[in-house]
Design a protein. Structure first.
Length: 373
């Protein structure tokens, strides 16, 4: 835990690091501001100052991606964009549940060459983040179809393809209980057109409530792709004894993906809730037991990828009901106090799910088939 900033708003920073001998260092950081009752400009300014201090401490690192969680995007996003100008930034309204107006997740990596607004090259790979993707449309289905088509065209311009190079996506849906079905239907149709089916693979993803700053935007997407991966470097995670394939209930995403490099593996776990291997919600109405079952599912996915919670670099937790925050906060704080974690208000795609989490783990490996990260 690191403390940064000064004045009325103190910032606490949780940092997890991974490196191997002779390899680059990766760091995930969660920045939390303590400034109850202070204006947004002061709280966000303290986060920006703390991020700057971290950049100074991590002298060889570049920021690959930041996600800023806001309590009121319509009122705050413009000021936030100005404070974090020049940083690869995703902004979404998912209020931090600690009572602050903003929280920040940042990913750092040493030795990367920035080759675009949010694109970074190292050792023959180009890591590309497409952030805050939006498209016009009358509803969530039209907007999802259009933004995926636009994303595919953008990848194609770089010599990349959705099916081969996209590692992970996030879909932030305004009023998820109403608009999620449109996202699901449009994504399924798009994937069929790309040759992605239950017999091939889908893409690791989180689909969750998240309000953009404008009322006419029903869905916003973030995506992460890597140029330079060989066939076989991505391996999809299923944990079929614990979870069912998503296509069985009409949704097209992978539960998780492991990306192998020569010196390390990344295990990216999609949004995961309290579900069983028949697709049923487990422990309806009981947030404590849902959290425990969710942990079991995540542990099974990580295990299939050769990782464990000890290897996790960051956790994002989504809850539906503010009344459940204290229980969920205390459970995570007791179980994994040292993993950078943020808990936000963001209803999951089924009303019966009270809590969901996603995470990323990094494990060491040595494999001459692939170039090191």
């Amino acid at each position: 835990m690191i403390e940064c900033g000064g004045g009325a708003c103190r910032v606490t920073v949780q940092v997890a690091s991974f490196t191997v001998s002779g390899g680059v260092c990766e760091r995930h950081a969660m920045l939390h501001v303590e400034g109850a009752g202070r204006p947004f400009a002061e709280q966000a300014g303290a986060l920006a100052q703390a991020l700057g201090e971290l950049r100074g401490r991590f002298a060889d690192a570049v920021i690959l991606m930041c996600r800023l969680y806001l309590s009121d995007a319509a009122a705050q996003q413009k000021a936030a964009a100005e404070l974090f100008a020049g940083v690869p930034l995703s902004v979404i309204q998912q209020p931090p549940m600690d009572g602050s107006k903003a929280a920040l997740w940042a990913i750092f990596c040493d030795g990367m060459e920035r080759v675009g607004e949010a694109a970074f090259r190292h050792n023959g790979y180009t890591h590309r983040y497409d952030l805050m993707c939006e498209a016009a449309g009358a509803d969530s289905a039209e907007q999802t179809a259009a933004l995926l088509e636009r994303y595919e065209a953008s990848l194609s311009d770089c010599g990349m393809a959705l099916a081969d190079d996209c590692v992970r996506t996030w879909f932030f849906v305004r009023d998820v209980d109403v608009n999620y079905k449109g996202v699901v239907d449009a994504r399924r149709e798009n994937f069929i057109g790309c040759g992605l089916t239950e017999r091939t693979h889908y893409i690791a993803s989180t689909g969750i409530e998240g309000k953009p700053d404008r009322r006419d935007v029903f869905v916003r997407m973030d995506a992460y792709a890597v140029e330079g991966l060989s066939s076989g470097q991505q391996r999809y995670l299923y944990a079929k004894e614990h979870l069912n394939p998503t296509y069985e209930y009409g949704v097209t995403f992978e539960r998780g993906v492991r990306v192998d490099y020569g010196d390390r593996s990344h295990s990216l776990i999609s949004g995961t809730a309290s579900i069983d291997n028949r697709g049923r919600v487990v422990h309806v109405g009981d947030v404590r037991r849902q959290t425990e079952h969710m942990w079991e599912n995540v542990a099974a996915l990580l295990h299939e990828g050769g990782a464990s919670m000890a290897d996790v670099m960051s956790i994002v937790v989504y809850i539906r009901d503010t009344a459940d925050y204290g229980v969920v906060r205390d459970m995570f704080a007791r179980r994994w106090p040292d993993i950078p974690t943020v808990i936000t208000l963001a209803p999951v795609c089924r009303p019966e799910w009270l809590v969901e989490m996603e995470c990323m783990a990094v494990t060491e490996r040595a494999d001459g088939r692939y170039r090191p990260f």
